[in-house]
Write a protein that binds this ligand. Structure first.
Ligand SMILES: Cc1cc2nc3c(=O)[nH]c(=O)nc-3n(C[C@H](O)[C@H](O)[C@H](O)COP(=O)(O)OP(=O)(O)OC[C@H]3O[C@@H](n4cnc5c(N)ncnc54)[C@H](O)[C@@H]3O)c2cc1C
Length: 287
């Protein structure tokens, strides 16, 4: 069933200030419309219940990838194509580039945005595991000012998050602390392209003198939100990468995820694949 298009409103402000004023003047009435790759699917299916949108696609303030010595900062409208083309992201944040290259097909990669992927808040989305593993922060801006929040904790439940109706997600920043780290990202889907993840696994780790100094482990599609597995991470710290460590980490992981059966996969498959990937990550730390 298709939507009745004249029943919708789309306004196109020409500046960030005008956009924020619209959001502030009638909070909850207007919602951002970025690349539209999630919203258009709902529109076409006649399932887009919200009616009033602000087209933010032309806001230059939300574009660009900038680096200083501590961070790399991406505008919310950064597309998957932009991500893949950036040399700093390729060198220091390869999991984000890999996630971008495995998101949809070329048309989606040219139009879909990182900000849209975050706020759409699908637990099966492919960038959030990489962003969480890299300790990303997100900037929320309103007419009241700007605030930076850790991305970990931003999603509080299925499609629930810490953004107010008068706020826009404007930037995402990543600390440049990945030198010497092992990066491990696996998207498991039905096909190599145009597939929604059954499991999406991202982990970063560092060893020192044969022991795991630090590890971050994140899994998508196994709970109502993408999960950073803090207990599993602490079970790894100080251990030697090997079979015994893998086994105790897998026991921790079982307590931290709660996969379900759905149209794409079974809980059992998701669980087994996640455990296997964790074991493989730990083996990779050894090499
Ligand atoms: C064929 C197809 C394949 C796909 N494949 C994948 C895939 O493999 N992996 C994956 O993760 N996703 C996939 N997607 C989903 C989608 O492309 C991504 O989630 C994309 O990043 C959404 O970005 P967008 O700019 O198009 O968001 P939009 O559709 O414009 O918006 C999505 C939501 O975010 C809100 N929003 C957007 N920008 C902001 C902002 N700056 N501040 C506040 N709120 C905002 C909107 O109000 C809306 O609620 C696919 C979609 C399609 C149609």
């Amino acid at each position: 069933m298709r939507a009745y298009v004249p029943g919708y409103q789309l306004r196109t402000p020409t500046s960030l200030a005008d956009t924020l004023s619209m959001l502030a003047s009638e909070p909850g009435v207007w919602k951002p419309f970025a690349g539209g790759t999630d919203l258009m699917v709902l529109l076409e299916a006649g399932k887009l219940t919200h009616r009033n949108y602000i087209n933010i696609w032309r806001l230059d303030e939300l574009r660009g990838i900038n680096a200083d010595s501590d961070h790399i900062t991406l505008g919310a409208l950064t597309t998957y194509t932009d991500i893949q083309a950036n040399p700093i992201l390729q060198n220091e944040f390869p999991m984000l580039c890999q996630a971008a290259s495995e998101t949809g097909g070329l048309a989606i990669q040219n139009r879909g945005t990182l900000g849209g992927n975050i706020v759409n808040a699908s637990p099966a989305a492919d960038s959030p595991p990489a962003l969480l593993a890299y300790d990303a922060e997100v900037e929320l801006v309103s007419t009241q000012g700007s605030r930076w929040l850790p991305y970990h904790g931003f999603h509080t439940g299925y499609k629930q998050m810490l953004i107010r109706p008068d706020e826009l997600l404007t930037r995402i920043r990543l600390p440049r602390n990945t030198t010497g780290a092992t990066h491990y990202y696996r998207k498991v889907g039905t096909r190599k392209a145009q597939a929604i993840s059954k499991v999406c696994f991202a982990a970063v780790g560092r060893t020192n003198n044969g022991h795991i100094e630090d590890a971050r482990v994140v899994v998508g599609s196994v709970a109502p939100i993408v999960v950073r597995c803090l207990q599993t991470e602490s079970s790894l710290r100080g251990q030697k990468p090997g079979a015994a460590t893998a086994q105790s980490a897998q026991t921790s992981l079982l307590r931290e995820i709660s996969p379900i059966d759905d149209i794409r996969s079974t809980a059992n498959y998701r669980l087994q694949v996640t455990l296997n990937l964790l074991g493989d990550f730990i083996t990779t730390l050894n090499s």
